[in-house]
Each structure stands twice: as C-alpha cells, then as structure tokens.
Design a protein around this ligand. Structure first.
Ligand code: CA
Ligand code: CA
Length: 332
C-alpha cells in the first residue's frame, strides 16, 4: 500500500535535487550554453554583437548591407559551441569595409573558436588579422582591395583554417607586402610577436589575380602549415621584396599538396615554390606532393630549395616540361 508519510521526504529530496540541477545549469562554467541568434543591420549593432558574443551565439549580417569600421572578434567560443558570424544570404554576402586603406584591419580576431562564413572584407591596410587566435574557421570569405596582406595568422595563432575563399587585389599600397595569406612573423618581429603560429590550414581557396607579393608566405618560426587544393593565379605579382613565387616556405614541416598554379606569362615569377632559410633550423622538411604547375617558362623550378633547407617531392606535374627541383629536394 502507498505510504504517503514515508514517500513525502523522498519527494522533497527529488524536488530539491531538481532545483539544484537547474541552478547549476544556469551557473557559468557548468557547460550548458544558451545560445542566441542576433541579426544586425548597422555597424553599431555589429560592434555590440561582437563585443557581447557568447559561446554558441550566431551573429547574422543582414543582406545587402555594408558594415563600415574596424571590427574585432575578442570573445571566445568553445570546441562544442563556436561563435558564428555569417551573412544572412550566402549568395549576397555582406561587406565588412575597413576605415580606409591608411591603417588598421577590417576584421581582427583575437578570440578562439569563431566560424566566420560568407562575408566580404575590403578597404583596409590589412584584411583579416588573427592575433593569438586559435581554432578559428574562415569559410567562403572574399578579401580584396587591401593595402598590405589579405589574411594573416600572427602572434601565436594556431589551428586555424582558411577555406573555400577568394583572395585577390592585395598589396595596393605596398606591393612587396601584399601577400594573399601570411603565416607567422619575420624574424625581425620576434622580440615582440610570438612567431609560433602553427598547424594552420589553407585549403581550397583561389588566390590571385593581383596579389602583388607571394600568394602564401610561411614564415620562419611557424610549424606544420598545410596548403592544399588551392588555385594560384600569378597575374599581378610584382617581384618586389623578392616576391617571385606562389609560395615562400621558411617554416618547418609544411605540407603543400594538390594545388594548381598558373604563371600566366608573368615574367617576375621565377619558381612555383621556394624554400628559404631565414633562421638556422628553419626551412626544413617541406613536403610538396600532387601539385600541378602551369609554368610557361622552362627555367622556372617547381621547387627551388635554397641553401640550408630541406624538402621532399612526389608526383608533381609541370606543364609544359622544364625545370623541376633544385637544391636539397628528395623525390619519393
Ligand atoms: Ca613576402
Ligand atoms: Ca622569393
């Protein structure tokens, strides 16, 4: 028979446990995320949304709007609850327009676990800058009309991915500093900037035309960059500041695979890929495999590995035939 007197304390305990669980779920750090979606249609609203973003939030950029300013993603998502910034309509991407080409970044990311999709970035000294930012995804972005480099992984920014994107018309002010994508920092900046921007991935992008320096410059002090499935269009590279190859490798353990490069008659392009030693112990173990290079000058090398560097090469195709490998390049 049901004993009301005996079951009451049990029921009280159950209710108490339920209340405690609810309180715990609302407490910060418990891991329960209550994400919000906010649609913004002005620069001020976007600034506010970025500043107050929480893990799991989704910031939607209204269609047909140009957002002007210098935007900063300083909050962090988590592995299971990234923060998303994207256009409402992928076929009509919103524009993040910097404060002019004189200075600053159109978008700076200093947080972790952002997914940034389907946005255009333009009209700034540098397009998208990542500083000590990790595990971020840049997907289907277009970066153009930039004074210096388009996208830069800097100051200990690791495990980020740039994919399915279009980078063109960079280096409008300083051709020698107009890289499409820049990984790490020159040794001259190491006293103030952490050079270890490691394990970043640059995949399935179109880079060029009118990228005035290297399409991708991978700096000494960085490790494990993956460059795969990209298309390089050599038109508009200037040769300034030794920018005379699609990719310059100065970091270690870089993988460059399944890319397609077109020299397109640009006589300043001396090689498809170069490996350089800027600092002893760097410029080592680059792997080049499965790339297809349309180098319309027989003297250009597919891989030119300078003194002190090491590389491996496998199954790269050059059309038309001409120089393939120079320096310490092991074929396998
Ligand atoms: Ca460069
Ligand atoms: Ca060069």
């Amino acid at each position: 028979m049901f004993n009301l007197k005996r079951s009451l304390p049990v029921a009280r305990l159950f209710v108490l446990a339920l209340i405690l669980t609810l309180f715990a779920a609302m407490a910060p750090g418990f891991g329960v995320v209550r994400a919000a979606t906010v649609t913004v249609d002005s620069s001020a609203e976007l600034m506010n949304a970025l500043a107050s973003a929480k893990p799991g939030d989704r910031i939607v950029l209204a269609s047909g709007i140009t957002f002007s300013g210098q935007f900063k993603a300083t909050a962090s998502g988590t592995a299971s609850a990234p923060i998303t910034l994207e256009s409402a309509d992928p076929s009509n991407k919103a524009v993040l327009k910097g404060n002019g080409t004189g200075s600053g970044y159109a978008l700076q990311i200093t947080g972790d676990y952002w997914n940034i999709r389907n946005v255009k970035v333009t009209n700034a000294q540098k397009g998208i800058m990542l500083d000590h930012a990790n595990h971020n995804l840049l997907d289907a972005v277009e970066v153009y009309q930039i004074v210096d480099e388009g996208v830069h992984f800097r100051d200990g920014s690791s495990y980020n991915t740039l994919q399915n994107s279009y980078i063109h018309d960079t280096g409008k002010g300083q051709p020698g500093f107009g890289e499409g994508v820049y990984v790490g920092s020159d040794k001259g900046k190491w006293s103030t900037i952490n050079p270890a921007s490691d394990y970043n991935r640059v995949v399935n992008n179109t880079i060029g035309p009118n990228v005035t320096a290297e399409h991708i410059d991978i700096k000494e002090g960085s490790t494990g960059t993956v460059v795969s499935g990209n298309i390089f269009d050599g038109r508009g590279m200037t040769g300034d500041n030794y920018a005379d190859s699609f990719i310059d490798v100065k970091g270690n353990d870089v993988t460059i695979s399944s890319n397609v490069g077109y020299r397109n008659g640009n006589e300043v392009i001396a090689d498809a890929f170069q490996v350089h030693q800027q600092v002893s112990g760097w410029g080592l173990n680059a792997d080049f495999n499965g790339n297809t290079l349309y180098l319309d000058n027989a003297s250009c090398y597919v891989v030119n590995a300078a003194s002190g560097t090491s590389a491996r090469a496998h199954n790269n195709i050059r059309s038309p035939k001409g120089n393939m490998y120079r320096g310490n390049v092991t074929q396998y």
